[in-house]
Design a protein. Structure first.
Lengths: 632, 414
């Protein structure tokens, strides 16, 4: 059993179990949810910079009418890759970074239920992203849009959409497996006393998101397999002449695609639900209603998919049904917003950077939500669909919403993860530049769409009168780019500060703030016993008869880990006070198992031998994984 | 005519202009002499005229607008009339919610001179929760009712004096087939004002599993392709993919889907030219797949129909004759011209590319991205791929003299 404080000294033979939990190479064999979370975060942020650069190129092309800076073939690749990158390689893994790092800490657990599976998910995601991006150098990037509508995605002569199908299948494996892992963790690994309704909202949103993933990914898996088979093996799923149906692709895609957008935004909503109470110094207003709204959004989210297909010609019955269901889903969304406002009401608001981004989230998400309701008015949507009005809507909810929320989380949990604060001054600059740049870029797109600018066109003529707002939008994009640069400076310079951070710098409410910053590998010296929602807060403060809040006169208040109940009696370092803490050991096999997938993928494109090699590697990885004990 | 009596009781001098201000003070400034009045009046008229001209120019400029906010017919008006009130409801909600947010952020901010306080730990309010669940529901129900009514209204087939046109979407151009009038044209959809035009939307092209038959014949056409008139061969170049027909001033959009037969009704109130383009990503040249709807008065429309129904003029001479020979040897592989025979004596009825019988009657070509003139035609023939990415029109390597001859011939196709 790995004794946590001891660095095992064993010769590093090829088949020896790795044991190092520190050092460069430990990152390749880690099964620690915190390290995996950091890996997800860094990788996702790298893809964010790439996807953002793709967006900048698009905006340069569209800044003026009739430009020829980018030819159509390249432009089509750029907007396709921008969409794929931002959805699958940025927002989803950035959310996964937060879930991986925080869910076990927030529920008082030491790790997820399946640590090696957790590592496997990360490596599969990384390899999927690299696989898709290698297409630029291997014949052409995906160019049929991130939504890949058939038959065009099948008939287009470029190899790009084959990379799309295979790459997303690999990413889907990563996410499906991770969904099971995290859902089971939340359901099974909560600390004693933490009933479901004493879980933080972020954990609830995590649970809903994992269930959304688990039920929606299989649908797109089917679609992608059918697309792949049509492209490679001569099947006719979407070929009308042979009895297939292009509309089938759309149904399969959007049955996944709509729950997907809630997968993208619910984590940010969870983050904001954690941050607002801390900086308002009062609990989340209407906790149960916020939780139930999240669950409702998850359920109803499976019933609105054809609102992406109002103009396809499904008929007035279908259009009516989905118009109504889409309007219905606005209701729980509104409930959340009102509860956040209620949290701010009568608070003692302090505007640290996490709070700025959280308030920005609310402000921008309201705009995106309202434009979404206008789409639900189907006859209006006949004009709006496939125009920049839609582009405006989803950027307001996914950038103004999800990304702002994720930035709030980055600023909030940075001291916990890295033991240093990000600079508040740079943070303010980051926020305001991002807010201004974002609105400059996407606000005018509402107007452009209504004035006749369709999506996915690499140029527009001067005669349509679209030039002015396109120029404004393009300038805004560069303001966003500067704000991201400011963040990078902030992040990098924060590492110059010494790594000394208290456990609870924000005076927060949830369990991750009860352990050191950063936490030890085993998270908690003693597993806490939970008595209420916001258990940490109630250990620090008590409410008097009159409703006033007073600090608890706690002895040794500096050592948070020793306050409150713990499993095993009074506090003390686990490996000294009593039994040793058993942590799972690092392993090579998750990486090896994941590595086989892209190799097999290349084989599907370039030649069967690679398929065999890839599958053998994956099977060898699974085999070794199954045979090795989880800890030794 | 305003006739303000003078304080002195004298009658107001009636100038032959509209107004007569005789009150002193103000009138002293506004009293016009006959000559001055005329000059001012002329200036005013000129200025107003210029303004009106500008307004008219903007409103009726041929390339003016693809805006959904300027409906020019009843079907577009229905979408617009639904959008406007919903938009204002959304603005109202925006003002309230963002206003509250701003209010709370300002009102409850921690001020430096305040002692740090922990506010009352209020956990919620069930009545508020019920209220802000029910109120949005009621608002949405109010929006839903006219929405549903309009969905059904727009889905209904129009009755009365309806013009039926088949819209055939190719990669990457629009074809218009008038079954009742035996007309096949491209890039411009001509319609009469004041009549509903009921469009049947078909995507044309190969299914991807369908190879071109080895005997060189046309591949199986899309099921909803009704076929060109005069027994012309249906043919397909390019893949059958999803497109979307959108002329926002006249109607919202409907997709053109290979396995569906979709319909769309449009109607223009006034004569004019209305811009449109494909809205559903359909491949390399999606951005260049535009069209125009040209609305005529009924009399003008009948004249247009008659012109289109006539076959191509057979009289050509000079360079046009040489151009015709080249045309019949190369272009008729894909382009149809009614009344002509190809080099091997067959009628020029191949239909994989736009019908050129009355090319000169169209203001635009090449997916309506190029104006129809000699220079553009020559440049297009010389290098199709520079104007249409992935174009299926081959570059036949004609010399510039040959191209000029072909263009001269095309000029006879009026």
């Amino acid at each position: 059993m790995a004794s946590v404080s001891v660095q095992a000294e064993r010769p590093g033979g090829l088949l020896q179990r790795p044991h190092a939990t520190t050092g460069f190479w430990s990152w390749f064999t880690t099964v620690d949810h915190k390290k995996i979370g950091i890996l997800y975060g860094i990788t996702a942020f790298g893809f964010f910079l790439i996807g953002g650069s793709e967006a900048l190129l698009i905006r340069v092309q569209l800044a003026r009418p009739d430009q020829t800076f980018l030819e159509p073939a390249v432009y089509n690749e750029l907007f396709t890759m921008h969409g794929i990158t931002m959805v699958f390689l940025v927002v989803m893994p950035l959310s996964a970074a937060f879930f991986n790092y925080l869910l076990p800490l927030m529920i008082g657990a030491r790790d997820v239920v399946f640590p090696r599976l957790n590592a496997f998910s990360y490596w599969a995601f990384l390899f999927a992203g690299l696989f898709i991006y290698s297409s630029w150098f291997l014949g052409g990037a995906p160019n049929g849009g991130w939504f890949g509508y058939a038959p065009n995605s099948v008939t287009d002569p470029s190899i790009g959409m084959t990379f799309y199908a295979i790459g997303l299948l690999i990413a889907g494996i990563a996410s499906t497996v991770s969904a099971v892992n995290l859902a089971v963790t939340v359901l099974n690994m909560r600390a004693p006393g933490m009933t479901l309704f004493r879980m933080p909202v972020f954990v609830w949103m995590g649970l809903v998101v994992q269930l959304l993933l688990a039920f929606s990914l299989p649908v797109i898996t089917i679609g992608l397999v059918e697309l792949l088979f049509d492209r490679l093996f001569g099947t006719h799923f979407f070929d009308v002449a042979a009895g297939g149906s292009p509309v089938l692709w759309q149904h399969l895609f959007w049955l996944f695609g709509h729950p997907e957008v809630y997968i993208l935004v619910l984590p940010a909503m969870g983050i904001v639900s954690e941050i607002l109470p801390v900086f308002a110094r009062k609990p989340l207003f209407g906790y149960q209603f916020v939780v139930f709204s999240g669950i409702a959004i998850g359920f109803i989210g499976f019933g609105v998919w054809a609102h992406h297909m109002f103009a396809v010609g499904l008929g007035p019955v279908a259009n009516t049904a989905f118009a109504v269901s889409t309007m219905i889903i606005a209701i729980p969304t509104g409930v959340k917003i009102f509860n956040w406002l209620g949290t701010l009401w009568n608070g003692d608001l302090r505007f640290a950077t996490p709070m700025l981004f959280s308030i920005g989230f609310i402000a921008m998400f309201v705009i995106g939500g309202l434009s979404g309701v206008t789409h639900a008015v189907v006859p209006s949507d006949y004009q709006q669909t496939d125009t920049y009005y839609i582009v405006a809507h989803f950027h307001y909810v996914l950038f103004g919403g999800a990304i702002f929320g994720l930035f709030a989380g980055i600023y909030f949990w940075w001291p916990k993860v890295f033991g240093r604060m990000l600079s508040e001054t740079w943070g303010r600059v980051n926020f305001w530049l991002m807010l201004i740049g974002f609105n400059m870029t996407f606000g005018p797109m509402h107007i452009l769409g209504l004035q006749g600018m369709p999506r996915r066109i690499q140029s527009y003529p001067a005669s349509l009168g679209l030039s002015f707002w396109n120029m404004v939008s393009s300038i805004g994009a560069f303001v966003i780019a500067i704000s991201v640069l400011v963040f990078l400076i902030n992040a990098v310079t924060s590492f110059r500060k010494p790594k000394q951070m208290e456990a609870d710098p924000w005076d927060a409410r949830t369990l991750e703030w009860s352990t050191s910053s950063p936490p030890p590998e085993y998270n908690f010296e003693e597993i806490p016993v939970v008595h209420s929602l916001d258990d940490l807060w109630h250990r620090k403060y008590a409410e008097t008869e009159g409703g006033r809040v007073v600090p608890v006169a706690a002895g040794g208040s500096g050592e948070m880990a020793s306050v409150g109940d713990h499993v095993g009696g009074d506090g003390g370092a686990g490996h000294e006070g009593g039994h040793a803490i058993h942590m799972p050991s690092p392993s090579y096999f998750p990486l090896i198992a994941a590595a086989g997938f892209p190799i097999a993928g290349y084989g599907l494109i370039f030649g069967v031998p690679a398929v065999v090699v890839g599958l053998v590697i994956t099977l060898a990885g699974f085999f070794g994984w199954a045979l090795e004990p989880s800890a030794e | 005519m305003v006739n303000v009596g003078t304080p002195s009781g004298e009658p107001c001098v009636r100038e032959p202009v509209e107004r007569c201000y005789c009150a002193p003070g103000l009138g002293a400034r506004l009293r016009f002499t006959r000559r001055d009045t005329g000059k001012v009046r002329r200036r005013t008229v000129v200025v107003l005229g210029l303004v009106a001209l500008a307004v008219v120019a903007v409103a009726c400029a041929p390339n003016a607008s693809q805006s959904a906010l300027e409906p020019a017919g009843p079907y577009a008006q229905k979408s617009f009339d639904l959008f406007v009130p919903v938009f204002w409801v959304a603005v109202g909600i925006f003002v309230i919610v963002e206003g509250l947010l701003l209010l709370f952020v300002i009102r409850y901010r921690h001020r430096k001179n305040q002692t740090a306080r922990i506010p009352a730990q209020i956990h919620g309010n069930t009545r508020l929760e019920i209220a802000w669940t029910i109120l949005p529901t009621l608002i949405l129900a109010g929006v839903a009712v006219p929405t549903i009514a309009t969905i059904w209204d727009l889905a209904a087939k129009p009755t009365g004096d309806v013009l039926e046109v088949n819209v055939l979407a190719h990669q990457w151009w629009w074809e218009f087939d008038y079954p009742g009038q035996d007309i096949l044209t491209a890039n411009e959809l001509h319609i009469p004002t004041g009549r509903p035009v009921y469009l049947t939307l078909c995507a044309v092209g190969f299914g991807y599993g369908t190879p071109v038959p080895s005997d060189g014949g046309p591949p199986a056409p899309n099921a909803c392709q009704t076929g060109p008139p005069d027994g012309q061969q249906p043919a397909a170049i390019g893949a059958a993919v999803i497109h979307s027909f959108w002329v926002p001033q006249l109607a919202g959009t409907q997709d053109v889907v290979p396995d569906l037969t979709n319909h769309l009704t449009i109607q223009a109130d006034e004569p004019g030219v209305y811009q449109g383009q494909c809205k559903e990503f359909c491949g390399l040249s999606h951005a260049y797949m535009k069209f125009r709807v040209v609305a005529h008065t009924p009399a003008d429309f009948d004249r247009w129909v008659a012109e289109q129904q006539a076959p191509a003029s057979a009289q050509v001479s000079g360079p046009a004759a040489a151009g015709k020979d080249i045309f019949l040897q190369t272009c008729t592989a894909c382009h149809a011209v009614a009344g002509l025979e190809t080099a091997n004596g067959q009628p020029a009825i191949a239909n994989g590319a736009p019908n050129l019988t009355h090319l000169m009657s169209r203001q635009c070509f090449r997916g309506c991205t190029l104006e129809t003139n000699d220079e553009n035609l020559a440049r297009w023939i010389a290098d199709p791929r520079s104007f249409e990415a992935g174009s299926f029109m081959p570059d036949y390597g004609l010399t510039s003299d040959q191209i000029d001859q072909v263009v001269a011939f095309l000029n006879t196709l009026e």
